[in-house]
Design a protein. Structure first.
Lengths: 388, 271
């Protein structure tokens, strides 16, 4: 079945009026045949081009270089090129970008290059906008990379400085222990001498201040050990927990003679594997915390219990609850109650060390605080360390 | 990374004398496809792609290193040290010939002779020197090349149209031939058209053949004549050809000229 072509223009008319430029050249680029569309676009007459001009001569300088270095080799090697953009110059010198396809064919022993082209002025504008956006994105990325490098450098510097500072804390607190020991021993010696009441009062001030300094220094040492070393060292040994904590409470009562500390144990003979000295330190820090932040008149309660292989040491005080915003970071070093207008009692390492001691025992410490129930710090850890 | 992988070095022929073929700006070692096989029977032939071109390792493209011809020349020295046997004959096209001249001066004794196809030591006119272009021409050219983004990328991976007769390239190559990262092409264009290798060519001592096209808009005849004037041992052969790639459009004439040069001038060279 065929459709009869009635009134359709002949091939030559179709060629001349095609909506794209059609050019036939020899293998040197000399124009042999060209359609009206091409002539019209570039402002030349048919006679000015055919047999006179080479295709490459109608290009800008950049286009001619491209023709020589890319177009020609591609045509020779693969005999076809598609979608190459070249800038043509019109008869009056205006740059007209076109996209070209070309194929090389032999016809009766002669080589011909067939070229079709169309103008892409609007596309070029779009392409250039895209290119500009790409360049901007690349610049932004480059700036970002530079910035990130600088941030990393600053971070490394900060980490170095922090490490140095922590090591410094460790060294200084270690070195302060000896002179404090001398002060403490000298004060003890003075106690055996006859003194006036005033001298005796002064001497007990010296004793208390020395003891407090020693605790602070021990906290600092533990802090640096936990931060720089492998965590706090604990020596677990069989301990009767109720007795060990009762003894520690006894010592704390001497330290806080004007405050009540109530002790209770859920059972007698609560045995576990733990570092008794570290637990006494843990309790000391929790009780000190309760004394500082509690209401000052109600007793501080210490409870020991055990259930299902887990032991628990809880310290409770009545008073203003801990601000909810602070609960999350309360065990971080250098954190302390912000509401305190009173004398600051420590550098904020106490609760950090409490949590490190709990961790070293394979356990955790939790805090619950409300206006009604008061504040309770609960330390839980397995009674017996699992093997390994 | 090996020199072989970096520059996609391919050793083809075997023989007592090594010919190293260097492509110029645009495309890659396939540009020698119509010339190199004529020599592979009697000579050791070594082909390579400049870094950033053809099948070279693009990850080796160091913006700093390849911002001057010296970076390319250092690569050539390494290629010859590893794949050449004895002083080699360096067959370079266009800017490739200039990189070869620089390599010869960097490492004397490595290159015994040069066959330069369409060479130009500098494209910009300078006092008596007839480069063929003004600085404004070159700047306009570079900006044209830099703005022809699609011309570098997608168009360089063409598909075969219709039913091409006798394509010279195997189908496996049609997608890589002339394909270049647009950014690298842009930088290589700057290196090519802004370098001035006149001091390098003046220092060349070995015999030099200049294959000059009769009508080459990029490297005009006056430039070939300049080279014969300043190089101590230089002969020029003019090939009837229009364009910058006589090794593609007039391969037989190029082969004859190079063969004559090898027979009469390079007899003293061999491994």
């Amino acid at each position: 079945m065929s459709v009869e072509a009635v009134g359709i223009p002949d091939a030559e008319a179709l060629y001349q009026q095609a909506p794209c430029a059609l050019v036939l050249t020899n293998d040197k680029g000399l124009i042999l045949k060209v359609n009206q569309t091409f002539c019209h676009w570039l402002g030349y007459t048919h006679e000015q081009l055919v047999g006179v001009r080479k295709l490459q001569e109608l290009l800008t300088v950049g286009g001619r270089i491209f023709y020589q270095t890319h177009w020609m080799p591609l045509l020779v090697m693969q005999r076809s090129i598609t979608e190459v953009k070249l800038d043509f110059l019109t008869a009056d010198g205006k740059v007209t970008p076109m996209v070209l396809n070309a194929g090389r064919r032999e016809h009766q022993g002669q080589v011909f290059d067939e070229v079709s082209a169309f103008i892409v002025a609007d596309r070029i504008r779009f392409e250039q906008e895209l290119l500009q956006a790409k360049r901007q994105a690349e610049d932004a990325l480059q700036r970002h990379v530079v910035l990130e490098r600088e941030l990393n450098r600053q971070r490394e510097l900060a980490v170095d400085r922090a490490l140095f500072a922590e090591q410094m804390i460790g060294i200084v607190s270690h070195d302060l222990r000896n002179p404090l020991q001398v002060v403490s021993m000298a004060a003890q010696y003075l106690r055996s001498l006859d003194m006036t009441e005033r001298q005796s009062t002064m001497l007990s001030h010296i004793g208390e201040a020395t003891a407090r300094s020693q605790r602070l220094i021990n906290d600092l040492l533990d802090f640096t050990q936990a931060r720089i070393g492998q965590g706090l060292a604990v020596n677990r040994a069989p301990v009767q927990l109720d007795r060990a904590i009762a003894a520690a409470v006894g010592s704390l009562r001497l330290l806080y003679p004007h405050r009540d500390i109530v002790f209770s144990a859920s059972d007698e003979a609560l045995f576990c594997h733990a570092d008794a000295d570290r637990l006494a330190q843990l309790l000391g820090n929790l009780v000190a915390n309760a004394m500082t932040y509690g209401d000052g008149t109600s007793p501080v309660e210490v409870r020991v219990s055990a259930a299902q292989g887990t032991v628990e040491i809880a310290v409770h005080n009545v008073g203003e609850p801990i601000d909810e915003a602070e609960l999350g970071s309360i065990f971080s070093p250098m954190t302390r109650g912000s509401e305190l207008g009173r004398e600051v009692r420590s550098v904020g390492l106490g609760l950090f060390i409490v949590s490190e001691i709990a961790k070293a025992h394979g356990g955790v410490v939790e805090v619950v605080s409300s206006a009604l129930a008061g504040t309770t710090f609960t330390t839980r850890f397995p009674a017996y360390a699992s093997a390994g | 990374m090996s020199v072989q992988a970096r520059n996609n070095v391919v050793v083809k022929g075997q023989g007592p004398l090594t010919l190293v073929f260097a492509h110029g700006f645009g495309c890659d070692q396939n540009m020698w496809r119509l010339v190199e096989p004529a020599f592979a029977g009697r000579y050791r032939t070594v082909l390579f792609d400049m870094v950033g071109c053809g099948k070279s390792d693009v990850s080796a493209y160091d913006v700093e290193k390849y911002s001057t011809l010296a970076g390319y020349a250092r690569d050539i020295v390494e290629i010859i040290q590893e794949f050449g046997e004895g002083p080699v004959v360096f067959v370079g096209h266009s800017v490739g010939a200039m990189a070869g001249a620089m390599a010869a001066n960097l490492s004397p004794g490595l290159i015994g002779a040069h066959a330069m196809v369409g060479p130009s030591p500098s494209y910009i006119n300078d006092l008596d020197y007839p480069g063929g272009f003004t600085r404004e021409d070159i700047d306009a050219l570079l900006s044209t090349l830099e703005n022809n983004y699609l011309g570098w990328s997608s168009a360089m991976a063409p598909s075969i149209m219709g039913n091409p007769e006798k394509p010279e390239l195997g189908a496996e190559l049609t997608n890589s031939f002339c394909q270049t990262d647009p950014d690298i092409a842009k930088r290589f264009a700057r290196v090519t058209f802004l370098s001035d290798s006149r001091a390098d060519v003046r220092e060349l001592s070995g015999p030099v053949l200049v294959l000059q096209s009769s009508d080459d808009f990029i490297a005009p005849r006056a430039v070939g004549e300049y080279l014969t004037g300043v190089i101590a041992d230089c002969r020029m052969v003019v090939i009837e050809n229009e364009g910058h790639c006589p090794h593609l459009s007039q391969p037989a004439a190029c082969i004859d000229a190079i063969q004559t040069f090898l027979t009469h001038t390079c007899g003293h060279l061999s491994a």
